[in-house]
Design a protein around this ligand. Structure first.
Ligand SMILES: [Zn+2]
Length: 425
């Protein structure tokens, strides 16, 4: 146990030229903003004295026993010498700290600041982990400029919008949503879907952007029902395959039914039965009927009737019978596009009723649709075109935070066994 106490005599003044106390709140708020960082700096300084003494021994008598910190380069825990001081400004949830850090030299030649390491701040960084977490949360919801302004209001300090962008990129590299998670045994369903984001260099006039592909897993119930498996931007379905593998014990995989995702599933999850999202079937049927020249009212009514017959079918056989009837009708009327579509989805239309005759298992990707809308809200404001890497970074942080991905939870912690106290006499 390392303890440090710091006491300070505080003198707080209040003056008014004409006796009116107009503006007293903002005056005191300014005082408060000075006090808190001053206390933190003072107490951390006292702590550092004790910390360095334990690691280096008393001045003039180097200690050979293991200390409370290790060299970040070679891992040695003893044989340190004091090697001067260095100034460092640190942004944290309590405001801006101006620290004068004690430096230590290791036998391997490395020089470092043990206090900074203990604070969870990597060399050359200047943001505390608590503020970093808050900054990433804000950045996943707001443009960088507004996130910086909001941080100022909350913490009295903030990195620049450009630094926030760098923070997000670093976090995204650590999260790396293309990297697979360990196998998740208790998953029931996998949902896979894509959306388009306006990012990367423009391609022609009717550029629809780059596709973001997301895979999530669902448990039957419980508070942590949804697990983010992975996501990739502007890459083929192959790139999502390793992430999909962590759901290989799932009972069903639901997709929008496109050829690319079906091929990826067949190779990544060969043992998981495939269901085409029933909402997507309905939408695509409407679109194909339009391609076949049907008028709005007719195709809408027909798509709805077929969709409902599948959606509310009591058994798999009933669902397939409904589809076969629609297929016969399409063939009879020579609706070529619609017939092709129905023939393609036929093998995957009733999987959910075969896997779970009660019909309680997932058979749509609608949970993902909601997520897609959130992503689009952050990445597609009017008139903004993201770089590919910028969009990828913000999407990684947004998704990892939304679904509480384990690598997000480990990213920067503002929790631990540290205790602070104050006595006001
Ligand atoms: Zn070393």
């Amino acid at each position: 146990m390392l303890n440090a106490e710091s006491t300070a005599a505080i003198e707080i003044g209040l003056a008014s030229p004409d006796g009116s106390l107009r503006g007293w709140e903002s005056a005191f708020a300014e005082v408060r903003d000075q006090l808190v960082p001053a206390f933190v700096q003072g107490t951390l300084g006292r702590f550092e004295d004790a910390f360095i003494s334990q690691g280096c021994g008393p001045r003039g008598r180097p200690d050979r026993r293991d200390g409370p910190f290790a060299c970040p380069r070679c891992g040695a825990r003893s044989g340190f010498r004091r090697r001067g001081r260095r100034r460092r400004t640190v942004h944290c949830r309590l405001g801006r700290l101006r620290l004068v850090l004690q430096m230590v030299g290791c036998g391997c030649g490395h020089r470092f600041a043990p206090l900074l390491l203990a604070l969870g701040i990597a060399p050359h960084r200047r943001v505390g982990p608590g503020l970093e977490r808050r900054a990433l949360e804000l950045c996943s919801e707001l443009p960088y400029r507004r996130a910086a302004a909001q941080l100022w209001r909350e913490a009295g300090t903030a990195p620049s919008p450009r630094s926030l962008g760098r923070l997000v990129r670093r976090a995204a590299t650590a999260i790396d949503l293309a990297r697979p998670r360990p196998p998740l045994r208790e998953l029931e369903a996998v949902l896979v879907d894509g959306t388009r984001l306006r990012a990367g260099p423009r391609k022609g006039r009717d550029d629809r952007g780059r596709e973001l592909k997301i895979a999530i897993g669902l448990r039957r119930a419980g508070p942590a029902r949804i697990e983010l498996l992975g996501a990739v931007l502007a890459q083929g379905w192959d790139a999502l395959r390793p992430a999909l593998r962590s759901a290989r014990h799932a009972a069903i995989a639901v997709t929008d039914g496109e050829w690319g995702v079906r091929a990826a599933l067949a190779s990544a999850l060969p043992d998981v039965p495939h269901q085409v999202c029933t909402f997507h079937v309905r939408d695509s049927l409407d679109h194909r009927l339009w391609q076949d020249g049907l008028r709005f009212a007719a195709r809408r009514a027909l798509a709805r009737a077929v969709g409902n017959a599948i959606e509310f079918a009591p058994t798999a056989l009933d669902a397939e019978a409904a589809l076969d009837a629609a297929l016969a009708m399409a063939e009879g009327h020579r609706w070529r596009h619609a017939a092709t579509h129905l023939r393609e989805v036929r093998p995957h239309i009733a999987t959910w009723l075969r896997v779970d005759p009660g019909g309680a298992i997932a058979h749509t990707t609608s949970l993902l649709e909601r997520t897609m809308r959130e992503v689009n809200r952050r990445v597609d404001p009017v008139g903004v075109r993201w770089s590919l890497s910028g969009a990828e970074a913000i999407v990684s942080v947004l998704l990892a935070r939304r679904f509480s991905h384990p690598r997000w939870r480990r990213l920067c912690e503002d929790r631990g066994r540290t205790r602070a106290w104050a006595r006001i006499r």
